[in-house]
Design a protein around this ligand. Structure first.
Ligand SMILES: [Zn+2]
Ligand SMILES: [Zn+2]
Length: 264
């Protein structure tokens, strides 16, 4: 795989999460950029970012930067990614196809530093659900990075009509990590509907919980007893007043590593 920034061959580096998990990133030893497959950028601790940065060996006379910004996996053109809840001036690049993230060394350091400080600050203040989603916007980014749109209507064919409807009805989905084992999910709907959520570690083991028993436009649920540092799958089911059901596509949702609790 080639570096999207400078064209150098990327090398595999082993990264250790704070809960002891290990995974590989693809790192450019020339410009210091790092490629993350989906979710990996949330798992890498800040101190590992710093360690990797020290492994970067800059050549004495760096070649002119190529900046073709192509995905090292599938060669799609990477798209600039910035959210208002990221630090100012920090941009990441994301592959529109496989959702991997390319981060320059500087952007990665600033992003992870900000992320860890924000999470820590939240833990100190112990903000209670459900005010959380309002007060603690920065944590939302962790998940919204991969869930920026619940569903892309244009990607769907007509057979998925009920999914298109679910996406059209839903608005302002916010998924906030409260702890490594708890996630808050809030969203609005344009009309009053009942809602429920199915989630699990695989699509074959989904459990369903009711979110709104009565038709409403404001929906919120706190899901607890999740496993830390784990990718869950979920989908949201809406039921209108005539009893017709609409479901979203199945989407991934990651929990945080446990280190955040230990730091307290
Ligand atoms: Zn490079
Ligand atoms: Zn790609």
């Amino acid at each position: 795989m080639l570096c999207p920034t400078c064209g150098h061959l990327l090398q595999k580096l082993l990264v250790t999460t704070n809960s002891g998990g290990k995974f590989e990133v693809d790192h450019c030893g020339r410009c210091g950029g790092t490629w993350f497959d989906p979710y990996e950028i949330n798992r890498i601790p800040y101190h590992e970012v710093i360690r990797i940065a020290h492994l970067t060996v800059l050549p004495k006379s760096p070649p002119a930067e190529m900046k073709n910004n192509l995905c090292p996996r599938c060669q799609s053109k990477l798209e600039k990614y910035h959210s208002e809840i990221m630090p100012k001036g920090v941009n990441l690049l994301r592959c529109p196809k496989d959702k991997g993230i390319w981060a320059t060394q500087k952007a990665l350091e600033e992003f992870k530093k900000n992320q860890e400080e924000t999470i820590k600050e939240y833990k100190v203040r112990k903000i209670a659900f459900p005010s959380l989603s309002v007060v603690f916007a920065p944590a939302i980014f962790i998940f919204l990075l991969f869930l920026s749109t619940l569903i892309t209507v244009t990607n769907l064919d007509k057979a998925k009509e009920s999914r298109i409807s679910a996406a059209a009805i839903m608005d302002q989905l916010q998924i906030v990590s409260i702890s490594p084992t708890a996630v808050s999910i809030t969203f609005k709907t344009k009309t009053s509907v009942k809602s429920s959520i199915s989630y699990g570690v695989s699509s074959l083991e989904l459990i369903t919980r009711s979110i709104s028993h009565q038709p409403t436009t404001n929906h919120q649920i706190l899901i607890t007893n999740l496993k830390p540092d784990t990718v869950y799958l979920y989908r949201i089911i809406l039921e209108d007043q005539t009893g017709r059901k609409y479901t979203t596509e199945i989407r991934p949702l990651g929990t945080e590593a446990e280190f955040i609790d230990k730091s307290m």
